[in-house]
Design a protein around this ligand. Sequence first.
Ligand code: ATP
Ligand code: MG
Length: 577
Amino acid sequence: MTNSNPESHDDQDQAAPIQDARPSSFLRDIIAEDVRTKKYGDAQVQTRFPPEPNGYLHIGHAKAICIDFGLADEFGGKTNLRFDDTNPEKEEQEYVDSIQADVRWLGFDWERLCYASDYFPQLYEWALQLIKTGKAYVDDLTADEIRRHRGTLTEPGKDSPYRTRSVEENLDLFIRMKQGEFPDGTRVLRAKIDMASPNLNMRDPVMYRILHATHHRTGDEWCIYPMYDYAHGQSDSLERVTHSMCTLEFADHQPLYRWYIEQLGIFPSQQFEFDRLNITYTMLSKRKLLQLVQENRVNGWDDPRMPTLCGIRRRGFTPEAIRTFVAAAGVSRTNGVTDVEMLEHFQRDDLNHRARRAMAVLRPLKVVIDNYPEGQSEQVEVANNPEDPSAGTRQVLFSRELYIEQDDFREVPPPKYYRLSPGKEVRLRNAYFITAQSVQKSVDGSLVEVHCTYDPASRGGNSPDGRKVKSTMHWVSAAHAISAEIRLFDKLFSKPDPYDVAEGQDVLDNLNPNSLEIVAGAKLEPSLANATLEDRFQFERVGYFCLDPDSIPGNLVFNRTLPLKDSWARIEKKAGA
Ligand code: ATP
Ligand code: MG
């Protein structure tokens, strides 16, 4: 299971050209045009990335971050990181902190760190202004009644009986809402727009609700909280955001975004929508990811199987590869689905260039070289990265007793099995040719060790007489190897569309029960004892790996970022053929 083509040590990725890291897009064209026509005078391009601090960022957010920061940067503009923290029941400081760390890790820095909650006083003042101009009213209907009055896509809504309240009464009630006179859910402030609008978002949307909840930043100062639609556009405007980019599901909210700004006569930020990033076998919803964490279906937000930025970081993914992937996936005005193989392809491509090669045997089988002198050992020189000569070489110890993969030996080889079997000669990578002679078994019949002979003339991995072998295998010296735990990952969901469920089932029913495999007692070349969390490795023939933070000296844990085989390159080749 460890690799696709164990016969060849040249099983490297097909390196694809790294693409321009800037996504070409209609968004760029819009901004370029606005800059050209000086739509905002001499004001610089200003964008924002506006996460709600109710969970950890995932790779879908990486797309929004690359667009918001990337485009502003291209035009010499600036980007704010703004927390859309209008929902105190679900928001926490832990998320605020993780989001900042993740944005920085992706390689971006913000102009200003902002919070929608900083604008609560201004938003309140503006609400009073809308009441005074007859554009907002306090409604006493229950949430349920409001829903029933809203109508449907085919039927207009009905006016609330409270819609005609006087300005004085609305002002009085709204001020008392703020002063905490009323229990949760008893009243709301609504914009007075049009209950017959074909756009449901324009049917007198709620602006404020009563919620006696402690906010992670403003504490108990407020017991009314603005709704997303009322807070978002005004926050953009306050920050003089010129281009407010968000995902397509907000397109229907755009008229409302504009309505508030026009009624208030404030800086005219403009909203533009682009497609969400969807990836096969991947669930990108903070709410559902939180459920995975809370129900212990994964080991926390940074479980290496999670599509969160902290998860894929722990798994060994790099910001460079994610940015390249996001650029290649592109930006459009219709939602689509991107193959997860494409993400993996860009990650392999990146790691292929940067990862130091090392030898590690996941499931060890002892090999004894009977004609190698006992107690002797020698150094063989190995390239650290054949893709990068500047990475240099290192010395690896060879000795009489070695470990190879259990998979690399068969006592009775099946047809076309070219690895080690009795009487068969193979190459030990960078070392010698060996031939299996006999096996030693325990009383229960299980294999204990394989006895071999080596050809001293084949030092370095080639025989002077030009003899060919069909297989090259990795190995470690038994006496010198270090033991480690290896974590192998498979897709977290077993269906390309995780939401493809039978009636009555939930997306979590599509979790892949075999997404984590822990291999204890792997044997690694000793240089890996010095690995740091930043290092990236290619364990020859087994995949790309990095050290896991669970490691302690003497008990190292390595995560497999990805196996070597690149199915995307194959898909592309096939498509081209
Ligand atoms: P989720 O659906 O995972 O809960 P969200 O949209 O609620 O995400 P926000 O914190 O509101 O999360 O998102 C911040 C920004 O990231 C928004 O502008 C949103 O449009 C964008 N974003 C969220 N998910 C994706 C995605 N899959 N692809 C691209 N952009 C996304
Ligand atoms: Mg959201």
